[in-house]
Design a protein around this ligand. Structure first.
Ligand SMILES: Nc1ncnc2c1ncn2[C@@H]1O[C@H](COP(=O)(O)OP(=O)(O)OP(=O)(O)O)[C@@H](O)[C@H]1O
Ligand SMILES: [Mg+2]
Length: 292
C-alpha cells in the first residue's frame, strides 16, 4: 500500500479537495483507495455525502475500535476512515502514550487490501499531522497561487527537515501540487516559476474551477458532479502522474538512507543538511491553461 499524506501549513490551499479528488480519480482507475481523515473538521465525510459516523479515527486511536469497524464504504474502490471532533481528546491521550509517532504504524498494520492510503491533514502542527508525516512514505504539498502559500510551503519544507531530524526518519516530499491556478492572474505564473526552485517535483497545476468548490456541498466527488470540468480533468491527470511515479525505495533505516538517491526530495539532516535532489521534469513550462 502506498501511503500518501497531503500536508501543508497553510489553511485553504486545497488539501482536502486534492485528497478527495485524487482519491476518487485513483479509484476510477481501478485502484483500491482508503482516504484517512485526520482533520477534526471532518470535511471528508460531508464532502462524500456520508452520514455522520458513529465511530471515527478517535475510537481507533484510543483502541476502542479496530480500523475495519470504522471504515466506511464511500464509492466503488473508495473507502473512508472518518474523523470527528472527538479526535481532539484522542490526540491529548496520545501525548501520554509511549512511542506515539509509531501509533499509526501499529493500528493500521492489518490494512493490507488497499493500493493507496491518502491522508488528509489539518493545517496545523497537531500530533496527528506529525504522525501522518512520519507514517506516510510520500508527502504531497498543495500550494495555492498566492505568495503567502509559497512562503508557507518553504516553511513547511524546513519544518519537515526538523521532523526528520527529531524522528530520525526521512520524509519524501514527492510532489508539489499547484492548486487554484488562474491564468488570468499574473501571480499564478509568478508562483509557478518560483515553485520550480523549491526542489521537489512540481506537477502540472490544478486550475481554478468553481465546480470543485460546489461538489462537496452536494456530497459528490468532482467525477459525479461535473465529470467534464477542468477540475475533473486536472485531477485525472494528477492521478495518472501519481500512479506512474516510480516505486519508492523501501527502507525505514534512516542512516542507510543518507547516501541513497530518491525519486523525490529526501528531507533529512544529511550531508550539508541540504535537500537531495533528483528532479524529474513534469513538463511544466509556463503553458497556458486558458483553454478548457
Ligand atoms: N482548484 C480549485 N478551484 C476552485 N476552488 C477550489 C479549488 N481547490 C479548492 N477549492 C476551494 O477552496 C476552498 C479551500 O479548499 P480545501 O478545503 O480543499 O483546502 P484545505 O487546504 O483542505 O483547507 P483547510 O486547511 O481548512 O483544511 C474550498 O472551498 C474548496 O472548495
Ligand atoms: Mg482541509
Amino acid at each position: 500500500m502506498r501511503k500518501i499524506a497531503i500536508v501543508g501549513f497553510k489553511g485553504g490551499i486545497g488539501k482536502t479537495t486534492t485528497c478527495i479528488s485524487l482519491g476518487a480519480a485513483l479509484a476510477l482507475r481501478g485502484h483500491k483507495v482508503l482516504l484517512l481523515d485526520t482533520d477534526t473538521q471532518a470535511n471528508l465525510t460531508v464532502a462524500l455525502g456520508l452520514p455522520q459516523p458513529k465511530k471515527s479515527l478517535a475510537d481507533v486511536l484510543v483502541k476502542k475500535a479496530m480500523p475495519e469497524e470504522v471504515i466506511l464504504s464511500a464509492r466503488k474502490n473508495l473507502d473512508l476512515l472518518p474523523s470527528s471532533l472527538s479526535l481532539f481528546k484522542a490526540q491529548q491521550r496520545m501525548v501520554f502514550e509511549m512511542a506515539r509517532e509509531e501509533i499509526f504504524e501499529e493500528i493500521f498494520s492489518n490494512l493490507t487490501c488497499y493500493d493507496y492510503m491518502v491522508i488528509d491533514c489539518a493545517p496545523s502542527l497537531s500530533l496527528l499531522t506529525v504522525n501522518s508525516i512520519v507514517y506516510a512514505d510520500e508527502i504531497f504539498i498543495p500550494v495555492s497561487m498566492e505568495m503567502l502559500a509559497l512562503t508557507g510551503a518553504e516553511q513547511f519544507i524546513e519544518y519537515l527537515k526538523e521532523v526528520a531530524r527529531v524522528m530520525e526518519r526521512g520524509a519524501d516530499i514527492r510532489l508539489i501540487i499547484p492548486t487554484m491556478y488562474d491564468p488570468r492572474r499574473r501571480v499564478s505564473d509568478k508562483v509557478m516559476q518560483l515553485l520550480g526552485k523549491l526542489g521537489p517535483r512540481v506537477t502540472q497545476p490544478i486550475r481554478v474551477d468553481t465546480m470543485l468548490s460546489e461538489a462537496p456541498g452536494e456530497g459528490q466527488t468532482i467525477y459525479e458532479y461535473a465529470p467534464r470540468s477542468r477540475g475533473a480533468i486536472d485531477y485525472a491527470r494528477l492521478a495518472e502522474t501519481v500512479a506512474t511515479l516510480p516505486p519508492l525505495e523501501k527502507t525505514n533505516n534512516y542512516h542507510s538512507q543518507l547516501n541513497q538517491p530518491t525519486n523525490g526530495v529526501k528531507v533529512k539532516e544529511g550531508i550539508n543538511d541540504t535537500h537531495h535532489l533528483s528532479r524529474q521534469s513534469e513538463g511544466w513550462g509556463g503553458q497556458n491553461y486558458n483553454n478548457n
